[in-house]
Design a protein around this ligand. Sequence first.
Ligand SMILES: [Zn+2]
Length: 477
Amino acid sequence: MTEQEGTSVQKHSQSSEREAGIRSSVAAGLPVAIADLSDLVRIPSVSWDGFDASAVAQSAEAVAALFEATGVFDAVSVKRANTETGEAGQPAVLATRTARNGKPTVLLYAHHDVQPPGNDADWNSPPFEPTVRGDRLYGRGAADDKAGVVSHVAAVRALAESYGDDLELGLVVFIEGEEEFGSRSFADFLEQNREALAADVIVVADSDNWNIDTPALTISLRGNVTLKLTVSTLSHASHSGMFGGAAPDAMLATIRLLSTLHTTDGSVAVEGLTSSGEAVPESSDADFIVDAGLLPGVTPIGTGPLLGRLWAKPAITVTGIDAPSVQNASNTLQPQVSVKISARIAPGQDARVAFEALKTHLYANAPFGAHLEISDVDTGQAFLVDTSGWAVAEAKQAMADAWGVDPVETGVGGSIPFIADLVRVFPEAQILVTGVEDPDTRAHSPNESLHLGVFKRAILTEALLLSRLAEKRLTDF
Ligand SMILES: [Zn+2]
């Protein structure tokens, strides 16, 4: 054996000893992690207007205390962004530990705010009372995204137990408080804390896994465009018997206009909205039909592989309509109708370009000379991960080792628009979108839940990833 081989064997056994320690720390720490998560779920941190903002503040303090207690960070604080409107953002948690010896710095992102619970009667156990049934923990935020928050806490704890004062890895924790309300002050927060947030790798723990046995790294996200469209045809309402058949009512104009957005098979028919053409894994139509709850005889819309429709093509949905209710319907020609249009944009297309294409289509197809007004426009950029970086390779290896199964690279049909802000402010950073969810999580819906086996494997993945990055200098890559 040469001296060099001797060193590398020794190093190898040191690192496998280290990893065995990490594995046992994560396993031993799981009950504490579940208890911490349960405490967070009890705080109804809904970030929407009209909900008690003090709960979001309380949740931020609780999250800060968890990171403080790891003993790993030089500084932990609860911070709000100052916005242009003068309104402060919801409270975020920021914690930092400076890298030493040329080691990389990793930013861990999650959010501690949650969606409103909806109707309590739709829940099998109260939304803010964490409840274990079978392998799953139920509650609003149990998965999205308080499990993301606690997976960071638990991974950092395992790292601290393994390294003690020898930890040279740089760490930044950013736990947002208004992701579910559109991340309104996110860009301001980035600008105002740019130095503290700077990192080589950013782990966004707010996505999905392929299933409870197979991990996924999310590599593409659709963007979105939402807008309010108001269609007007008459200066006042009229009797439908006196004028119907000759005067065009706004409802007819709206129906005919909206029908031009799709072809007869349900594909998007707006010129200028593009598809990304990315390759997708095979999936079962039958699973999709069950997951989406299609009624007997109802067929999926669109063409091509199902996952391609969800990840790589645009979609347009009318999500709301302001018109008289059925109960209040009189025999009247409506002068004006408003609808909310929500479009998903394929990766690779700029959301503002997509908005212009949609707007052009609507004006070009307005029937009977109807007047259109477009307002309340909101856009979020799509995202494609550059999978050639070292961080992606390390993350996939850590997933394979923690789960015992190779990860799937997935797209997500939904949007995480703030990722585009991260890329803009930190163009050099490599972004890893990981998650604790699985296809049965029902994030945003009643009976949201976390699979506890997935939770454990997600914590172990992150702990292994961090410990491996802690062994490398940036010059090693
Ligand atoms: Zn989320």
